[in-house]
Design a binder for this molecule. Structure first.
Ligand code: GBH
Length: 477
């Protein structure tokens, strides 16, 4: 990406682009309004919070401005061969523009606020977010901030091996405390960490994400433990330093067991699978104990875990955020665990990202399991969405009917969950605009807005008009 446009010019473009969505008429404005489904059909409760989401390294650019130092993703993406077409996240600064959304989930770059991971804070770095928060509030959009969406300060990786070190968990707590002190007068919802189940597995075990490590089991289990400990320390720090009324949670891409058939035995198996497979992360956070099965699996490689650690890790949360994309099908099984994962057959359909298997029911079962397993009273879908080939048509527009198909089906299942009484309070669509898709670089687009990476121009896709209609009618359309 190039820095050809100033932040202000870019803001204007983004604004114009959002308004441009109206060149596809809203059905509600059309003459045949009388033929619309009844207002209650597939509708959501009043006050359901519709939002969009992004993350710092994927949209911000400005990697060397105002005292920011490198993160592990700067290092990784600048290492040839690690990211598709050797793309990096350098580029223009992301600004917010609404589609009628009432909430925006963004992440704060740790290396802007503490460029060295710890030590002295960089006030200019935090100001970047002060301005964003003020601008969101001035536009009637509630800010939901994530503290860690994978851009670990490189200095922490260099010093103690990043999450391999308990010192990183402690530094994370201090960073959380500083952010809470300065932003919670205006930011009322904070997510500690985004997707343990992605950055730990891909970054520290499989090695395809930053920092690109393939740790042996004992070191890897220790790193997992430090990450959930960091989350707990951050929760405590936010409680101690944040204004009263600040709500804290996390955003986890839990593995969601989806029953192969919706009957009692398979549903029970799917629930067991969800608790068991997520043991290293969400389960220990919610239960304050590693499951016996996980402890047995780790065997002699298990980290030393103190009762005090477990207490910190399971500090009570105000809500649970779930990033939900694809199902893991589960059936009942006679073996000890009581369940078996059913691999998708080769013919199982996926979106353009090969991992993004289509299973709308996952948006029903994900929140359902979380509410039932851990008695959670406030759930957000912190990410859901899809990639698409998104090639502009001759008229310059992007008719992403596949994204609309995906969203319509997934939202129907979310509506089913809410209608059943599952306490889902809001939904953040990933993503507001096309952005840096980690190891896939700029090859897979997830946005509601098409981004021309040469000019930075944003163009609403057909799905933006679809989402605007969903929000306007508070119903699946
Ligand atoms: C989310 O991860 C991330 O939070 C977000 O930053 C990202 O842009 C968005 O999803 C869309 O991907 O190619 O076989 O190595 C979702 C969970 C985990 C899904 C990693 C893709 C890569 C599988 N992701 N996975 S593979």
């Amino acid at each position: 990406m190039t820095d050809q446009l100033s932040r202000r010019t870019f803001a204007k473009l983004a604004g114009a682009a959002a308004l441009g969505a109206s060149n596809i008429p809203l059905v509600a404005q059309a003459a045949e309004a009388a033929t619309l489904p009844a207002p209650t059909a597939r509708s959501f409760p009043a006050g359901f919070l519709w939002g969009t989401a992004t993350a710092s390294y994927q949209v911000e650019g400005a990697v060397a401005e105002d005292g920011r130092l490198p993160s592990i993703w700067d290092t990784f993406s600048h290492t040839p061969g690690k990211v598709a077409k050797n793309a990096t996240g350098d580029g223009d600064v992301q600004l917010m523009k609404a589609l009628g959304v009432k909430a925006y989930r963004f992440s704060i770059a740790w290396p802007r606020v503490f460029p060295n991971g710890g030590g002295a804070p960089n006030a200019n770095g935090l100001d970047f977010y002060n301005r964003l928060v003020d601008e969101l509030l001035a536009n009637g959009i509630q800010p939901f901030a994530t503290l860690y969406h994978w851009d670990l300060p490189q200095a922490l990786q260099d010093r103690g091996g990043g999450w391999e070190s308990r010192a990183t968990a402690e530094a994370f707590g201090k960073y959380a405390s500083y952010v809470a002190q300065h932003l919670t007068d205006r930011v009322k919802h904070i997510f500690t960490i985004n997707e343990f189940n992605a950055f730990m597995e891909l970054g520290y075990s499989i090695g395809v994400h930053a920092p690109g490590l393939k740790l042996p089991p004992a070191r890897f289990y220790q790193a997992r433990h430090n990450a959930v400990l960091g989350h707990g320390l951050a929760v405590q720090a936010i409680r101690a330093s944040g204004k009263s009324g600040t709500k804290v949670g996390l955003a986890e891409n839990l593995v969601v067991g989806v029953p192969v058939i919706e009957n009692a035995e398979h549903i029970a198996a799917a629930e067991k699978a969800t608790r068991d497979i997520n043991s290293p992360y969400l389960t220990v956070i919610m239960e304050g104990k590693y499951t016996d099965a996980y402890v047995a699996r780790m065997g002699a490689d298990a980290p030393r875990v103190t009762a005090d650690d477990l207490k910190i890790i399971s500090s009570p949360l105000d809500f649970v955020g779930t990033n939900i994309y694809q199902p893991t099908f589960v059936r009942a099984d006679a073996g000890k665990s009581g369940y078996a994962v059913v691999p998708n057959p080769p013919s199982y359909p996926h979106m353009i990202s090969p991992w993004l298997f289509v299973g709308p029911e996952v948006l029903y079962w994900g929140p359902h399991h979380v509410a039932k397993l851990w008695n959670v009273k406030e759930i957000y879908i912190t990410e859901n969405g899809t990639s698409s080939s998104d090639v502009p048509a001759a008229d310059g527009k992007v008719y992403d009917t596949d994204r609309i198909m995906y969203l319509r089906n997934y939202l129907s299942q979310l509506q089913r969950a809410v209608a059943d009484g599952v306490p889902v309070k809001g939904y953040f669509l990933w993503s507001l605009m096309d952005n840096f898709e980690w190891a896939d670089g700029y090859t897979n687009r997830f946005g509601l807005h098409y981004v021309d990476y040469t000019t930075q121009r944003r163009t609403p896709k057909l799905s933006a008009a679809f989402y605007r209609e969903v929000i306007g009618r508070n119903a699946v359309v």
